[in-house]
Design a protein. Sequence first.
Lengths: 167, 192
Amino acid sequence: MKSTKELRFEELYAQHRDRIFRLCLGFAKGEAAQDLFQEILIKIWKHLDSFRGESEISTWLYRIAYNTAITFATKEKKLESKQMELPESLHLIDPEYAHSELELQLHQLYQAIGELPELDRIIATLLLENTSYRGIAEISGISENYVAVKVNRIKAALTQKLNPNGN
Amino acid sequence: METNFDNIQKLWQNQKAKEFDLPSLISQMKRVEKKQKKEWIIVISLTPITVIFLSFVLPWRESLLGTLSIILVALGMAWVIWLSAKSRLKSIDDSERYSNQEFIQSQLKKLKLRYTILRKHMISYGLVIALAINIGYLVTLAPLSLPIRIAAHVGATLFIFTVMWITIRRKRKKYDQELKPIIEDLERLIER
């Protein structure tokens, strides 16, 4: 028989898995994104008992997810620099092998997000999930006003990167 | 720009999570939890077991100096366990309270603590252990001649400090290679 913790974890997984998976794609590529996804799930499981209800469960969940992603990205960067200094693009899916227009666009979007500084990446991925400025401020730890300033810059940067001709 | 960004949002939300074997992950995590509990119990009981062992096996407990030596070893061990627990990076117990910026600050603090442990606390720990061993020797080596006793005291002290010096040097090199880049990266992420 499943424990209360197990049932709660499964419920959270069902509700938030897509969003967590997408944030992983904003911080890591290919297999590394899957590893990060698993690492986040492990952290959520590990700390589920310590959730005290002082904030929304989603805020708690995404704080864990983003904090894990930041640590993961820092470690990954160190690993990458240790390796044979491969060009960044080699780690990505080759656009020529993308199966559809949608995949190609997604590939370009991940690349554009991946080029943003880490804090901007957090804000960008939250913004893409329709998170309110207040929610972004709570998760990232910067003021709502500063979030608003950052959001404008990020929107402009992403739109420019994905649509350089402005069409 | 809004329309463009709306399209980007739709594109982003189009991506769904890949198939994932959740039941096997849950059972793995349960196993790990059990194992970690066992390991923690072992670590926690190690200090009292060592102290009890020392106090019963060695003929020190009869004298005040012997007791003092045992207390110093126990304090040294407890201190090391406390420091290493404090500098553990993996724990994010307070994530509910920590925003991303606060989390980065806390991680930085932990990483920097590891350097402080190496620079200051390891030397202090070496001093405490050397002191404890020398106090213990005052009791256990009492029946031996003075030159042998001096040689034992000097030898033990030199041995402890040589081991400490080699350990600190090695760790420092390792930290410079592994921790320094992470510290620099995390410092860069702090919004001032």
